[in-house]
Design a protein around this ligand. Structure first.
Ligand code: DAH
Length: 360
């Protein structure tokens, strides 16, 4: 009798003192397991008289049930405490600012962004992208484009020449993307419809000029393309690029050795303070050069000018970026200042498309 009462007191105290589920399990094994205290008591029943067995058996079984109940109740409490502890340790403040990973912190340079925008716009009109090297021959950069030796137009390009190589010929850093026209006509049969974005170089530096800058060239050659098509293509391009519903353009007669007739295109705009808006206003801004490809250039590139004709245009990409995104100093584009890039750069996954939006 005392045995049973004592065992109950001890067992219940141990259950109450169990600090976690593992400790509680140890108590359970110590009391109800095969070698446990209560199980040991039960095994004494065999040696008792039938009457004794009846009364003692009932008491021991009742103790066993109470112990099992107390263990189950304690387990519920311990499980609830453990859950509570885990929940408070794993709380998340959803109002904290999101920490961006390195990949999300990176920015696309405005020049790359504008090149991607131009590519999206012209790809939609059926143009493909052609590229050429930064180091060019004098022949491709000038002669084949109808700049005769000694022509004053050559001087206007402030060319970076390399030291003369074999045969005394000097290579140069291309001063415009027009040599890619030559390369394209020499390597592909018409119909040709390409844009050629890339780096160009001239010995010049101030707020709006850097020795390295970017241009995109356009070239269309077939048997029927005329200036009306040129005008349409430029208008579509400017509307898409500046994301406006209409643009007014003005074609001013000009001179480029590689086009005849040649024109410079101004776009209607409004200047307000430091801001420029396109698609409205009374001001004009010069934006690109263009024209019909000169018969001499076609001939120099192996095409018969009596059969083939087409247009070309050339635009400064950096200037387009400055006009669209409002930067005033071109030099900052190339200073690799992370603060500038964080401010003016674009998110890498917001790739420009005509369907999804060009500038995000
Ligand atoms: N290559 C010219 C330049 O850099 C720009 C240009 C003007 C390109 C007229 C053209 C064009 O294709 O038709 O000054």
């Amino acid at each position: 009798m005392t045995d049973i009462a004592e065992l109950e007191t001890q067992t219940l105290a141990a259950i109450a003192a169990a600090a976690d589920e593992a400790a509680l399990e140890a108590v359970r094994v110590g009391a109800l397991g095969k070698k446990g205290g209560i199980s040991a008591l039960l095994s004494t029943l065999g040696k008792m008289s039938p009457d004794e067995r009846k009364t003692e058996g009932a008491k021991i079984n009742a103790l066993k049930d109470r112990a099992a109940e107390a263990i189950a109740a304690r387990r519920d409490v311990l499980q609830a405490q453990a859950l509570e502890k885990r929940l408070s340790a794993e709380t998340l403040d959803v109002t904290l600012p999101v920490q961006e990973t390195g990949q999300e912190l990176g920015r696309i340079h405005p020049i790359s962004q504008v090149m991607d925008e131009l590519t999206a716009i012209f790809a939609d009109m059926g143009f493909s992208v052609a590229e050429g090297p930064d180091i060019e021959s004098d022949d491709y950069n000038f002669t084949k484009l109808n700049f005769p030796e000694g022509h004053p137009a050559r001087e206007m390009h402030d060319t970076f020449f390399f030291a003369p190589g074999e045969g005394g010929k000097r290579k140069l850093l291309r001063t415009h993307t027009s040599p890619v026209q030559v390369r394209t006509m020499l390597s592909k049969a018409p119909p040709i419809r390409v844009i050629c974005p890339g780096r160009t170089y001239r010995c010049d530096s101030d707020q709006t000029h850097t020795p390295m800058f970017h241009q995109v060239e356009g070239l269309v050659i077939d048997e029927t393309t005329h200036m009306g098509h040129l005008k349409w293509a430029l208008e579509e391009f400017l509307k898409s690029f500046f994301e406006v519903t209409s643009v007014k353009m003005r074609f001013r007669p000009s001179f480029f050795p590689f086009t005849e007739p040649s024109a410079e295109v101004d776009v209607q705009c409004r200047r307000q303070g430091g801001d420029i808006r396109f698609g409205e206003g009374e001001d004009w801004m010069e934006i690109l050069g263009c024209g019909m490809v000169h018969p001499n250039v076609l001939r120099n590139c192996g095409l018969d000018p009596d059969k083939y004709q087409g247009f070309a245009f050339g635009v400064g990409i950096d200037r387009l970026a400055m006009l669209k995104y409002g930067m005033s100093d071109l030099r900052a584009f190339f200073e690799a200042d992370v603060r500038w890039l964080t401010h003016y750069g674009f998110r890498p996954l917001d790739f420009p498309t005509l369907a999804g939006g060009l500038s995000g």
